[in-house]
Design a protein around this ligand. Sequence first.
Ligand SMILES: Cc1cc2nc3c(=O)[nH]c(=O)nc-3n(C[C@H](O)[C@H](O)[C@H](O)COP(=O)(O)OP(=O)(O)OC[C@H]3O[C@@H](n4cnc5c(N)ncnc54)[C@H](O)[C@@H]3O)c2cc1C
Length: 429
Amino acid sequence: MASLRPFTGVLTRLAARQLRASSATLGLSSIQTRLHSSKHPKGFEPPTTEELEELRERVQDFTRREITEAVAAHTDKSDAFPNEMWPKLGEAGFLGVTVDGDVGGLGMGYQAHCVVMEEISRASGSIGLSYAVHSHVCVNQLQLNGTPEQKQKHLPGLVAGTSIGALAMSESGSGSDVVSMRTTAKAVDGGYLIKGSKMWITNGPDADLIVVYAKTQPDAGSKGITAFLVGTKTEGVSCTRKLDKMGMRGSNTGELVFDNVFIPAENVLSTVNGGVHMLMEGLDLERLVFSAGPLGIMQAAFDVAAPFSHQRKQFGQPIAHNQLIQGKLADMYTKLQASRAYTYTTAKRLDEQGVIRTQDCAGSILYAAERATECSLDCIQLLGGMGYVEEMPASRLLRDAKLYEIGAGTSEIRRIVIGRAFNKEYANA
Ligand SMILES: Cc1cc2nc3c(=O)[nH]c(=O)nc-3n(C[C@H](O)[C@H](O)[C@H](O)COP(=O)(O)OP(=O)(O)OC[C@H]3O[C@@H](n4cnc5c(N)ncnc54)[C@H](O)[C@@H]3O)c2cc1C
């Protein structure tokens, strides 16, 4: 923190939280703030616009210094995550944006998490993806569903970036139809034996702690799934391979095997056989926070295309003076702003009213992901020959953007989720 400029908004918030905590112990409940939703830390207060702007500037300071274009290009080329980044992200406070102050989090909510995710993804799509998997699907699941003991044990290290998190639900035969998973967790004396394998697990090759979903009652279908906290040093856990991907290179993705792994009962996350509820609610929030990834990639595409089209001259003038080029830039800009508005409106509603609308979480990422692929294709086209060579980041942006139409549920599944949410509303009307 010392190397960063003072971040007064967040520091003020943390000081206010400490004051509230001590006031509560004195019995001064009248100055306690109200609990906005079960998805936020106790005493959560939605951030102000100024605080969010300040946070954005702070993330930009960080990415300018730590995730330069050279770092992003090297991460892509070497296909290796810069693991020294984790404690730096932790020190800056970005790994616990939605987490309670008493375990080191900022407790700033989902708009703030989207801001951090957007700006990190603007600097590097793959660092952004690994960041969100750690800070959201692992850390926030633990924040929302962990017991006080589980949180106290795991969150400080995860929030500090000294421990790396992941989440494993998909399997080679169970992607979109994730509840058909075949990994089992058999009850034994004192705990469970997990057996099976998981596919496409982000941070899997590097993780210290993984939230693993398994069937505790295989004949109960979706009602027989439980989530477990699994340390990767536990006997029987292995990452059998790192997957070679077209994009998001450097966000390490692995196949994991669990060979009769003994997990004590105290490592059950939430309730036995209650995993599907956590999984589905987790997917809503995941889609919302992950929708900021394609926002960052779209902004990065615009950051490259706009100056290039004003510098590059053909037929004696900057190509940006050509109306066909102006049209492409206008489309890129409008798609970015429309996607941004959808994501932040959905996040604001969650922070300020505690409302999670499944169709808007799915809609935010559906819209942003498809627009990001279009914008990165436009960026390549605007750059002409330079768009097609690896000296420029345009091809990386396209390869990274495409993931967001597949990961966290495909575009097809998001459309189905949106349609079903309306079916449910009309059935209940
Ligand atoms: C880089 C990367 C990182 C990932 N990280 C993680 C992670 O950290 N943890 C994790 O658990 N998972 C992770 N995943 C897995 C991801 O969530 C799945 O790949 C995704 O849900 C799609 O599943 P699938 O690959 O099995 O495709 P399938 O389900 O086999 O789908 C194939 C195609 O069929 C379509 N389809 C399927 N069913 C229907 C239907 N009913 N109607 C219409 N179309 C349909 C799909 O939309 C898709 O186009 C990751 C994947 C990738 C690529």
